[in-house]
Write a protein that binds this ligand. Structure first.
Ligand SMILES: [Zn+2]
Ligand SMILES: [Zn+2]
Length: 440
């Protein structure tokens, strides 16, 4: 309830035009409240993401509709629909507590927070959800954005009591004051996605024998779900080593690697991690990031950064030809998936968080059968993953804090004047993560 903009006021926005490779910075109307659950957010920073490139390239299957780009943004609430400001009991707490002026970050999809799917934590697939920056919903590379179902979608960075954390209250509050907006912005997508990929692999049933030190099926033997007797063997030290390959070292791949390193270090899991990318500048970035992480954040396992040919040799050498327990595929194309299949061991898990397009998967049923491979695909439920991602963001400011340094995840913050060139350069792999300041 509250202030809104007149329908004649204009703003600058980065817009996609069909069919492909056509980005324009245009003047368009400031979005209006359309539904009682909407919020209008004044965008402070918006990021360019690898998955924006799928639309940029016009990769099949999307509606050819001009729209505002971008699904990663941070900003300030400037208008709220009529659902807010009262006591919205039974609804997500933000309908009662969100105020004009609050600083917010949004997951990259809308989610209602009130349905079965959202309650289970699968927020990225809420039936009422939309992807920001798609033909269905204008995105955040603009001066203002409309957020539907904002009370179920947004995180209120002005009120740290509105989400849970493993951090002590004072550390959490201090962090919110100290963290740069450019750092908090990665909570919109790439850091939750990295944490999600690592979490899926570490909790995968195929990985359980290595983690628990018990063979299949005793690795599932819990008080509540007892599997009785049999197959008692002693593991060797080598049996307990978690071998992981991460394919793709763009910004999400770096977040995935940092998340995986932190998880195995924190849990004292012996490991070998291999991070793979054909692009040399991405490999150099990954090495600089690894060097910047303190000892507590990277544990005592082995870590290597390789190109594709080297990765096959390294995995052979490290695992005596057996292959990796888990592969985290962070690219989303058929060659990345083929490499994942080649590097995974029998009874291994491939976790893919890359956005795959129309081409059929390059794997046959018999290939999957013959290796007992599990495939785990899909979009991160970013809202559900926000709390652990926030905690990791606070912990890893050595990597996620700066801009433009050797080990920074974000390369630069530019104005919309550089939007067209930034899309081109990012598409060619010539720059890392780029952030737009719509007011610059
Ligand atoms: Zn993204
Ligand atoms: Zn929902």
């Amino acid at each position: 309830m509250t202030s809104s903009f007149s329908s004649t006021e204009q703003q600058k926005a980065v817009r996609w035009h069909p069919p492909s490779y056509d980005i324009r910075v245009e003047t368009v109307p400031i979005p209006q409240i359309l539904s009682p659950d909407d919020a209008i957010v004044k965008v402070k920073l918006a990021a360019l993401c690898g998955s924006d490139l799928h639309i940029y390239r016009g990769v099949g299957g999307i509606e050819e509709k001009v729209h505002t780009c971008g699904h990663e943004f941070i900003g300030e609430v400037v208008a709220l629909g009529s659902s807010y400001g009262g006591n919205a009991s039974g609804r997500p707490p933000l309908y009662s507590s969100l105020k004009i002026g609050d600083k917010v970050v949004s997951p990259f999809t809308v989610n209602c927070g009130e349905c079965h799917v959202c309650r289970l934590g699968y927020t990225g697939r809420c039936p009422e959800g939309y992807l920001f920056g798609s033909p269905a919903l204008d995105g955040g590379q603009a001066q203002y954005i409309r957020v539907p179902k904002a009370g179920g979608t947004l995180f209120n960075l002005s009120d740290s009591s509105t989400w849970s954390s493993s951090l002590p209250k004072d550390v959490k509050e201090k962090a919110l004051i100290g963290l740069a907006d450019s750092s908090l912005l990665i909570l919109a997508d790439i850091l939750p996605t990295g944490v999600f990929a690592a979490l899926q692999a570490l909790n995968h049933p195929k990985v359980a024998p290595v983690i628990t030190g018990k063979p299949w099926p005793l690795c599932f033997d819990r008080e509540t779900n007892a599997v009785s007797g049999g197959n008692e063997v002693s593991f060797t030290a080598e049996d307990r080593v978690l071998n992981v390959a991460i394919i793709g070292l763009g910004p999400v791949g770096v977040c995935t690697t940092v998340s995986m390193l932190d998880a195995v270090a924190t849990r004292n899991i012996p490991f070998r991690i291999i991070a793979v990318d054909p692009n040399e500048s991405r490999r150099e970035k990954m090495k600089a990031v690894y060097a910047a992480i303190d000892a507590a954040g990277k544990g005592t396992g082995q870590f290597a950064v390789c190109d594709i040919a080297e990765s096959k040799e390294k995995v052979k050498e490290w695992t005596s030809g057996v292959g990796c327990t888990a592969i985290l595929e962070v690219v989303g194309n058929t060659s990345a998936l083929s490499l994942a299949y080649e590097l995974v061991r029998a009874f291994g898990a491939i976790v893919s968080v890359g956005v795959h397009g129309a081409p059929p998967l390059p794997l046959t049923g018999s290939q999957l059968y013959n290796k007992n491979v599990s495939l785990d695909f899909g979009r991160c439920p970013a809202r559900a993953m926000f709390p652990p991602a926030f905690d990791l963001l606070v912990k890893r400011q050595d990597v996620f804090g700066g801009v433009g340094e050797t080990a920074s995840l974000i390369d630069k913050i530019v104005s919309f004047d550089e939007a067209v060139e930034s899309y081109r350069a990012f598409d060619k792999g010539e720059v890392g993560k780029v952030v737009f300041d719509p007011w610059k």
